[in-house]
Design a binder for this molecule. Structure first.
Ligand code: F6R
Length: 632
């Protein structure tokens, strides 16, 4: 089975770099010469990772027919009356609940009172209660608890006096919040309207019609020509035309981008889950991320970083912001920037940063880390930093995403589309970019000598092959998953650059297996968590050989063993001490200390995956989670 994965991966090395936009809730729209339902269903299935608690369809054919229900798309298809859904134009939606419970009534599409307007929405309407109150006073009758439904009624209200397009534009002028919208009107069945504000939305141009979608995989089967919509834009599409306007009705020019990447690349490629495929893609993803940035023994960021040598010399501090896994990457970045480039660095949750008054000196750089580039808190934090005059840089995986548009400089991780909700290859490529930036800053600021820089470059070049060897030798990981998948708690302990890896290992396990796990700096164990240790508690130590804390970690392992705990240790190949003390040792190849985190996280990703698989979890779509959190 492993060999099989590796063979598939070799083939995937040949695939081009993929870029895609992600968000929560999925939207698809089609208008053209073909029956709409097959297009909507296949498009929606490719978006299911964004939301999977309910789904629905609207077909526009003289009148609007809406069929929807709770459950995943396959279940919803069984529950609805598909024979009613015949026509050449339609909208579809898969939901991740924000306003209103998971009920059939709250599923999208939503309609106005007269069933003339149908709407699918991703985002949050902040002023929905006040709008709803006004509309109720005007005798509108609401059928759901969602914020979305107010837009349908608001459009209906304007449509009493205005045409469809103008009604949408005027309604949106009253709406505060984020939206990616697909709107249809029974009186103008030859038209669909798409609108965007702070939620990703694309328009696709095909041979047999036009499309709208939350992201690219939905449409790959039908077209490779896309228009990335901007905030406060409205696209009016017919089967042959696309026109884009601002909310004042002024026509805007737009660019059609042609993507030359294959549909297969966004599919599972023979792996049981996207998460596993993405774990196995890491050698390729890291190769792509370092490629072209390492030239003639030097790190080159061309213009993407948008920092002059003088600005690099003058940096007096860096603030790294992000959420979840990206925040863990930031913690590793802090370690590297301070240890090697000697730049004081602070890490903050984007959600906290945005509501404080952070001290930003004139030469502070604010760096946001985000896989999707659409995380609401990170976007807001970055905007706040910019407002306060800071120079902003983003490390992001998705070209053209919101974060990249508000940053002064953008460094792309080249991980390709990450579909599994649990982030894996995005994380290791984020660490790769942070490591490359550390080399660049250290060189320019002369905090490391030529030999040290050379060793660092040599070290990162070897990482893809070293990850490949970790992936090939996962026997002990699978064994641990078999032995401990029924445990209900676990601890992850690491130090220095590997403390964030303890946090990340624990987060991965929680997310996909629903087993409670905590990450701690190993030395903190004795200040509390040690009370939890007994023969039921697996403790994962991230303990690669290093000159800093290795001997201390050995002591911590002894402390756990003395209390009957089960020790799973990640150790450096050739380590003779750890296997004597630990119940299980998983080896990673020798590398520089700062790079050990990139290697050490891989077996932890696999451990979480295999445990979740043994428990039969819905690994790519864990309960309550969405790939991109576009809400606060
Ligand atoms: C964990 C995970 C989340 C994301 C977080 C930030 O596996 O995927 O914790 O890391 O929601 O998302 P991005 O990086 O897209 O801003």
């Amino acid at each position: 089975m492993l060999k099989n994965h590796w063979t598939i991966l070799r083939k995937q090395y040949a695939l081009s770099v993929l870029k895609v936009v992600f968000d929560m809730c999925g939207i698809v729209g089609y208008i053209g010469n073909k029956e709409a339902m097959p297009v909507l269903v296949s498009g929606l299935k490719n978006l299911e990772y964004r939301g999977y608690d309910s789904a629905g369809f609207a077909i526009i054919n003289k009148r609007i027919i809406i069929e929807k229900d709770i459950g995943k798309i396959d279940d919803v298809q069984k529950k609805i009356n598909a024979s009613l859904l015949k026509g050449f134009s339609g909208l579809a939606h898969c939901r991740w609940a924000t306003h209103g419970n998971v009920t059939k009534e709250n599923a999208h599409p939503h309609a106005d009172c007269s069933n003339k307007i149908a709407i699918v929405h991703n985002g949050i309407i902040e002023n929905y209660s006040e709008l709803k109150e006004k509309l109720i006073q005007k005798k509108h009758v609401f059928r759901s608890e969602t914020d979305t439904e107010v837009i349908a009624h608001l459009i209906e209200e304007f449509h009493k006096k205005l045409g469809f397009e103008d009604a949408v534009k005027n309604a949106l002028k009253e709406v505060k919040g984020s939206y990616a919208l697909g709107v249809a009107c029974a009186e103008e069945p030859g038209k669909l309207i798409a609108a965007r504000n702070e939620s990703p939305l694309i328009v696709g141009k095909g041979k047999n019609g036009m499309f709208l979608a939350s992201d690219i995989p939905a449409l790959l089967e039908y077209t490779n020509k896309f228009i990335y919509m901007h905030d406060k834009e409205i696209a009016v599409i017919t089967k042959d035309t696309i026109n884009i306007f601002d909310l004042e009705g002024k026509k805007k020019s737009f660019k059609i981008s042609t993507l030359n990447w294959s549909k297969e690349a966004a599919e599972k490629g023979g792996f049981k889950h996207f998460m596993l495929k993405e774990i196995y893609e890491q050698p390729r993803a890291i190769t792509e991320t370092i490629d072209e940035r390492l030239k003639n023994g030097d790190v080159v960021f061309e213009k993407e970083l948008n920092l002059t040598d003088d600005e690099i010399l003058k940096i007096d501090s860096i603030k790294l912001i992000g959420c979840g896994t990206s925040w863990h990457a930031a913690l590793v970045g802090k370690f590297m920037f301070e240890e090697l480039a000697k730049i004081p660095t602070e890490v903050e949750y984007a959600s906290e940063f945005r509501y404080r008054n952070p001290i930003l000196k004139p030469n502070t750089i604010v760096m946001a880390i985000s896989q999707s580039g659409e995380t609401a808190d990170t976007i807001a934090a970055l905007k706040e930093a910019k407002k306060n005059g800071a120079k902003t840089i983003s490390i992001c995986n998705v070209k053209g995403s919101s974060i990249t548009r508000v940053s002064d400089g953008v460094v792309y991780t080249r991980a390709g589309p990450e579909i599994g909700v649990a982030s894996t290859k995005a994380f290791t490529t984020q660490l790769t970019v942070l490591y490359l930036l550390t080399i660049l800053f250290s060189k320019k600021r002369k905090t490391l000598n030529d030999k040290q820089i050379k060793d660092m470059i040599y070290g990162i070049r070897k990482i893809p092959l070293q990850i490949a060897s970790v992936l090939n030798e996962d026997f002990e990981v699978v064994n641990c998953a078999e032995l401990y998948h029924k445990r209900t708690n676990s601890l992850y302990l690491g130090r220095g650059v590997n403390f964030p890896i303890a946090l990340e290992g624990a987060l991965k396990l929680k997310e996909v297996s629903y087993i409670h796990a905590e990450g701690y700096p190993a030395a903190e164990m004795k200040h509390g968590p040690i009370a939890l240790i007994d023969e039921h508690m697996p403790v994962v130590f991230i303990a690669p050989h290093d000159i800093y804390t290795y001997s201390k970690i050995l002591g911590n392992i002894e402390e756990v063993k003395a209390r009957g705990g089960i020790v799973i240790a990640i150790a450096t190949e050739g380590d003779k001490e750890i296997p004597k003390k630990a119940d299980h040792t998983i080896f990673i190849p020798k590398t520089l200390y700062t790079l050990s985190s990139i290697l050490a996280v891989v077996p932890l990703q696999l451990l979480a995956y295999h445990i979740a698989d043994k428990l039969g979890r819905t690994i790519d779509q864990p309960k309550n989670l969405a790939k991109v959190v576009t809400v606060e």
